[in-house]
Write a protein of this length. Structure first.
Length: 207
């Protein structure tokens, strides 16, 4: 049996990727969330957590012995070299787990949510890329409400991510998430039909 068509779902922070993933899930599409996998592989007792502690020290652990993700983010976010060190530890583990889960999928296609797909050079791990977009002002508004970020902190996060142009450069499909949930649902409907047709061989997959 052929492997499921892999649709990489990405977009800037607070662009609405989770809402899009939820809409596909309501249509019975399997969702592989790399953020969730990233949390699972650093649970206590996992080899990746031991490697992260060896690289960054016990200060990244909370009182319960679990990884303090906020503290780790504060440590590596301003330092590109530390970010690369962390990525070198986690990315191979996450990729291996994603590949295993894709192999287990029996549906025509699977959505693989990869928030930093453009930044991490993982375009070759999926057959098609869906980029969710919204205005930067809306991203900042959502970050302030959702994460309690300051305007300066939200702007810094956006600057550290790939630009909208860089994400569009790897996109096969664009989804504007700046209107109503009903409009978003309609857009996902159209994409769902397109991906089913591609998976069935009615279109050609990108190289």
């Amino acid at each position: 049996m052929a492997e499921a068509l892999k649709v990489g779902l990405t977009g800037g922070i607070a662009s609405g990727k989770s809402a899009v993933a939820d809409a596909f899930a309501r249509r019975g599409v399997p969702i592989i969330d790399t953020d969730r996998i990233a949390r699972e592989v650093v649970e206590p007792g996992q080899p990746a957590l031991a490697a992260v502690i060896a690289a960054f020290g016990d200060a990244i652990l909370g009182p319960d012995g679990r990884l303090d993700r906020r503290r780790l983010r504060q440590l590596v976010f301003p330092d590109p070299e530390r970010r690369r060190t962390l990525e070198a530890i986690l990315h191979p583990v996450i990729r291996a787990e994603v590949a295993a889960r894709v192999r287990a999928v029996t549906a025509p296609y699977v959505v693989v949510a990869i928030p930093l797909l453009a930044e991490s050079g993982q375009r070759d791990t999926v057959d098609r890329v869906l980029v969710v977009e919204c205005p930067e002002s809306l991203q900042i508004e959502r970050l302030l409400a959702r994460d309690g970020e300051t305007p300066e902190g939200a702007a810094a996060i956006l600057r550290a991510q790939a630009s909208p142009a860089a994400r569009r450069a790897i996109a096969d499909d664009l989804l504007a998430n700046d209107a109503s949930l009903s409009a978003l649902d309609d857009a996902v409907d159209q994409l769902h039909e397109r991906y089913l047709a591609l998976a069935a061989g009615a279109g050609s997959r990108p190289a």
